[in-house]
Design a protein around this ligand. Structure first.
Ligand SMILES: NC(=O)c1ccc[n+]([C@@H]2O[C@H](COP(=O)([O-])OP(=O)(O)OC[C@H]3O[C@@H](n4cnc5c(N)ncnc54)[C@H](O)[C@@H]3O)[C@@H](O)[C@H]2O)c1
Length: 425
C-alpha cells in the first residue's frame, strides 16, 4: 500500500488541519522547499487564520474547509494531512485521515487516552499508511549529538539517567494555568502533554523497555487558597500586580511574551487585543483564580528491562524553559543543558564540550521542526528512506506517561508488560 503513494520527484501534497502556531512552524518547510512540500488545502475553524494561510499559499476557496468532515467528504487529491489541532481534536480526524488513505503528520500527544493511541496505530498498520508523531527532540541537533555519543559505545553501557524538563514559569502560566493545556479533560494530564517528548527521548537513548514505574506530583501552588492578600481575579486591576511574578500584564503587555498566540483582527491593534484579553479573556486571569487542574510538578521513576534506572522531573518553577540530562555510563558520563554538552571518559583526561548555545534559543526548536518535516517528506518520497521512529514507539512512550498518571493517582508502583522489540532504533 505504502508503495502506491511514493511521490518520486513531485512535491508531497499536504493538507493542514488546524492552522495555528505549530502548523505555521511546519509550513516553513514548504515556504523554503516548495519543490518538496506543497500545501494544497486547509481546514481551520478560525476564519482569520484560514484566510491568512490561504492567501499566503494561494489556495483556492474550494480547498479551504471549516469542518474536517467536509474535507473528508471530498476525495481530495493529497498525499498527507498535518493534524495540529488541540488534543481533543486529534483522534477523530486522525482515524478519518488514515481510513481515507492519507499519511499523517500528527502533533503530539497522539490522542487523549491509551485506547485511542492504540486504535490509531492499529488503523495505520491495517491501512499501510505512515503516522509520524511530532517528537521534535529526535530531530534536534543537541539531542542527536547525545544519541550519537551513547550509540558510539565509547562510554560503555548506560546505568542510570537523571533528566529534568524545566517547563519555565512563562510557558506554564500561558499554557498550563491560563491557557489551552490547563485542564486534563480538554487536553491530557500534564506529563503527557509536556513530557511525552521526554519519555520518548529516554526510550530512544536507552533502547529498552520500561519494566516498572512510580510517579508523584500535584497541583501544589496555582490554587485559589494560595492567592495572596490583596490580589484580584484579574491582573489589570490587581493592587499587587507590580510585585507579582505571575502577572499577565507583565507577561503580555510589558514583556510582549507569548503574544504571537493572539489574533489581531482587521481594524484593531495589538494593544487593543491585549487590553481586551487582560480585561475579559482567559489570559488576563489571576493564576490563583483560573479553572486549571493539571499538576505543577511531577516526578517519574522508571526501572528498565536491563536494570537501567531513570528519573524524570518535570518542573515549572524555573526562569527558563530547557532540558537538563545527565547520563551515567559504565565508562563515562554525559551531561548537558541544551546549551552545552559535556562528554567525559573515566580514567582519562578526555573531556569534550559541545557548544550549542548559538542555536539553543533559535526558532523552530533549533531547526528540529524543519528536520522533522524533511524526514516525513523523504519517507513519502523515497522507498529506501525510513522515519526515525514509528507510531508504535510513540504509543509506547504515551503508554508510560498514562501509566505514570495511574501511579500518581493511586500511589502504586506500576508493573508493565513491555515488548523489547520496540525502541531498537
Ligand atoms: N511538538 C511540539 O513540540 C509541540 C509544541 C507545542 C504544541 N504542540 C501540540 O500541537 C498541537 C497544536 O498546538 P498549537 O500550539 O499549534 O495550538 P494553536 O491553538 O496555535 O493551533 C490550533 C489550531 O487548531 C484550530 N482548530 C481548533 N479546532 C479545530 C477543528 N475542529 N478543525 C480545524 N481546526 C481547528 C484552532 O483554531 C487553532 O488555529 C497541540 O496538540 C499541542 O499539544 C506540539
Amino acid at each position: 500500500m505504502k508503495q502506491d503513494i511514493f511521490r518520486g520527484e513531485n512535491p508531497v501534497k499536504i493538507v493542514a488541519i488546524g492552522a495555528g502556531n505549530r502548523t505555521n512552524k511546519y509550513l516553513e518547510y514548504a515556504r523554503i522547499h516548495p519543490d518538496r512540500l506543497q500545501l494544497v488545502g486547509v481546514v481551520e475553524v478560525n476564519t482569520n487564520r484560514m484566510q491568512h494561510i490561504a492567501e499566503e499559499f494561494g489556495l483556492d476557496r474550494s480547498h479551504c474547509f471549516c469542518d474536517y468532515d467536509d474535507f473528508f467528504a471530498h476525495s481530495f487529491p493529497a498525499d498527507a494531512v498535518l493534524i495540529a489541532t488541540p488534543e481533543d481534536i486529534h483522534y477523530d480526524p486522525c482515524i478519518k485521515a488514515i481510513d481515507a488513505g492519507y499519511h499523517v503528520l500528527l502533533e503530539k500527544p497522539i490522542a487523549q487516552n491509551l485506547a485511542e493511541c492504540n486504535d490509531i496505530a492499529e488503523h495505520a498498520k491495517r491501512k499501510g499508511v505512515l503516522v509520524c508523531v511530532c517528537h521534535v527532540l529526535r530531530y534536534h541537533p543537541y539531542f542527536l549529538k547525545i544519541k550519537e555519543v551513547v550509540d558510539s559505545g565509547k562510554l560503555g553501557k548506560i546505568i542510570s539517567i537523571n533528566h529534568i524538563a524545566s517547563v519555565g514559569l512563562d510557558r506554564t502560566m500561558h499554557g498550563f494555568v491560563r491557557g489551552l493545556w490547563r485542564k486534563e479533560k480538554l487536553t491530557n494530564p500534564m506529563l503527557i502533554a509536556k513530557c511525552c517528548h521526554d519519555v520518548d527521548l529516554l526510550l530512544w537513548l536507552t533502547k529498552t523497555a520500561c519494566r516498572r514505574l512510580s510517579s508523584f506530583g500535584s497541583l501544589r501552588w496555582f490554587r485559589s487558597e494560595n492567592a495572596p492578600e490583596g490580589s484580584s481575579e484579574r491582573c489589570f486591576n490587581c493592587s499587587i500586580e507590580t510585585e507579582c511574578p505571575y502577572s499577565a500584564v507583565d507577561l503580555y503587555y510589558n514583556r510582549r511574551s507569548w503574544i504571537s498566540n493572539f489574533d489581531i483582527p482587521v481594524g484593531k491593534t495589538l494593544d487593543d487585543v491585549l487590553m481586551e484579553e487582560l480585561r475579559h479573556g482567559v489570559y488576563g486571569r489571576c493564576v490563583f483564580h483560573c479553572d486549571n487542574d493539571v499538576v505543577d510538578h511531577q516526578v517519574l521513576s522508571m526501572e528498565m528491562a536491563d536494570e537501567v534506572t531513570i528519573n524524570l522531573s518535570m518542573d515549572i518553577f524555573t526562569n527558563d524553559d530547557y532540558r537538563e540530562t545527565h547520563i551515567k555510563l559504565t565508562h563515562g558520563e554525559i551531561d548537558g543543558n541544551e546549551k552545552h554538552l559535556r562528554v567525559r571518559k573515566f580514567r582519562s583526561n578526555e573531556e569534550q564540550v559541545f557548544d550549542f548555545s548559538d542555536i539553543s534559543n533559535k526558532p523552530f526548536h533549533a531547526g528540529a521542526d524543519l528536520n522533522l518535516v524533511d524526514h516525513f517528506v523523504k519517507a513519502l518520497s523515497n522507498k529506501e528512506y525510513e522515519l526515525q521512529t514509528s507510531i508504535e514507539n510513540s504509543v509506547e512512550s504515551h503508554r508510560i506517561c498514562y501509566e505514570a498518571e495511574r501511579s500518581r493517582l493511586t500511589g502504586k508502583i506500576i508493573e508493565l508488560n513491555s515488548s523489547d522489540q520496540i525502541h531498537k532504533k
